[in-house]
Ligand binder design. Structure first.
Ligand SMILES: [Zn+2]
Length: 474
């Protein structure tokens, strides 16, 4: 990988006005050109916003300039910006996808617009950590640490490799949590820490982009920065026009196909297709070098997502003394323990009494590419005599899992077997993984409510369910 490492401080040093011999004047407004170095002298021409002139001589507050037309005259120097030699013009490129251009040298100035990554801009001058550019005829200011020098030979400096230690690390435009988020880096990403300032690290990451992250979430690592390729884990993986499931599918990728990562947006990678177009793929259906080395368990073991129905303000069914949301959590926790003892990686959609949306539940299933998703519920209906357990599936792909679990719980003689049934439930319908929803008895039936709360029933049913899941995983 070609590495043009660039040190912001070095760049600022070469741009400092004292070290630049200015030979051109650049104008941001209409300025009169006079015959003498005095405001009382004759106006012989005018220069306009965006015009440039060659400086021939300086005298106090005046510049003797040669205009593009060949005319020569005097202009008040306060109306001119001094720039470097035209043959040796400084240019910069943004290292972020849309770098904000401001009206002054600081983030408190208003935003004039933004410039795209890799577009080239002429530098006018620098002030502190800010660089002014010729922004379509206006003077715009950009943060020096978010740009690269495009034409200069840069000092080849490298930082320290660090690894991201939190699930998603925000990369910000500037140090401080109030600043704009440029990108998010998943756990295990390797970045290059260029410098630190008050517990904020200035980093370089994928494709030379730069930004600031909270230093707390970085640790030293021996790992090398990943090459920036995403490898597809699953057959017929959707590549979309935008970073979300609602975007159009552009094409499908086969297992093991490899794409260059352009950038990361939330949990989505923007990748480069062979024809030069870009597309988005979800990070949970691909692997990158860093992912493989940090989470071997992710690929080697089996992952089961257990979903305790309801939670928080959503109590679910109500028995005489039972809240469905409490019982589902208890049952789910017990199944989880049994599966973990068998070496399965178990993910719970909730592990306390909080409200989780149905969409979040299915997203958890997709995110972990669950080998099985099981949603646990207890039933309720107006008929107080209704009783029994039901195994719901939504599509044919769910049947092997439904059958394996039903074989176990259907044999349980303590409750009536209501069989395997089609169920148009959100968590099944919107789940690409093998998924079932279990109704483990009626809370609206007072006798059954008592039974399902008993330790013996809980112990039996959770053993049966976990055995069914283990049979399915084999
Ligand atoms: Zn329920």
């Amino acid at each position: 990988m070609k590495r043009t490492i660039f040190m912001a401080l070095f760049f600022i040093a070469i741009l400092t006005p004292h070290t630049v011999s200015a030979s051109s004047a650049f104008f941001e407004q209409t300025v009169n050109v006079r015959s003498q170095a005095s405001i009382s002298s004759t106006i012989i021409a005018q220069v306009h916003q965006g015009d440039k002139a060659t400086i021939m001589e300086k005298q106090d507050d005046w510049l003797y300039v040669e205009l593009a037309t060949g005319e020569k005259g005097w202009v008040a120097s306060r109306y001119a910006r001094l720039t470097t030699d035209t043959e040796n013009e400084q240019t910069i490129q943004s290292t972020v996808s849309d770098l904000q251009v401001r009206s002054g040298p600081g983030k408190e100035y208003k935003t004039l617009g933004s410039i795209s990554q890799d577009s080239e801009w002429n530098v006018l001058r620098s002030e502190g950590d800010w660089i002014s550019i010729d922004y379509n005829g206006q003077t715009g200011w950009v943060a020096s640490w978010l740009v690269n020098s495009a034409s200069q030979e840069n000092e080849q400096l490298s930082g320290t490799n660090k690894e991201v230690m939190t699930r998603l690390l925000n990369v910000r435009e500037m140090p401080g949590t109030e600043n704009r988020i440029l990108s998010q880096l998943p756990s295990g990403s390797v970045v290059e820490e260029m410098k630190t300032e008050n517990n904020w690290s200035f980093i370089r990451y994928a494709n030379g982009q730069t930004g600031w992250v909270d230093s707390t979430y970085l640790k030293n690592t021996d790992k090398k920065e990943e090459e920036g390729f995403a490898t597809i884990l699953y057959h017929a993986t959707n590549l979309r026009s935008g970073p979300g499931l609602s975007y159009r599918v552009i094409e499908q990728a086969a297992t093991h196909e490899r794409y260059q990562i352009v950038e990361m947006e939330g949990n989505w990678y923007r990748i480069l297709l062979s024809d030069g177009r870009t597309a988005y793929v979800a990070d949970w259906v691909v692997t990158t070098a860093s992912k493989l080395s940090t989470s071997p368990a992710f690929n080697s073991g089996k992952t089961v997502v257990l979903d305790a129905g309801h939670g928080g303000f959503d109590s679910g069914a109500l028995g005489v003394t039972t809240l469905e949301k409490i019982l589902t959590l208890k049952t789910t926790t017990s199944i989880a323990e049994k599966l973990k003892n068998a070496g399965v990686e178990v993910i719970l959609t909730r592990n306390d009494d909080t409200f989780i949306s149905l969409a979040e539940r299915t997203m958890t299933s997709e995110r972990y590419q669950a080998d099985a998703f099981i949603s646990i519920h207890f039933d309720s209906t107006v008929d107080p005599t209704a009783n029994g357990t039901t195994t719901y599936y939504y599509e044919d792909g769910d049947m092997p899992l439904a059958t394996a679990i039903h074989t176990e719980i259907g044999d349980d003689t303590s409750l009536r077997d209501r069989g395997i049934r089609f169920g148009n439930y959100y968590v099944l319908r919107n789940n690409q993984q093998p998924s079932v929803l279990l109704e483990l008895g009626f809370l609206s039936n007072p006798w059954e409510e008592q039974l399902v709360n008993r330790a013996a029933y809980q112990n039996n049913i959770t053993t049966e369910i976990s055995n069914g899941i283990l049979t399915f995983l084999e």
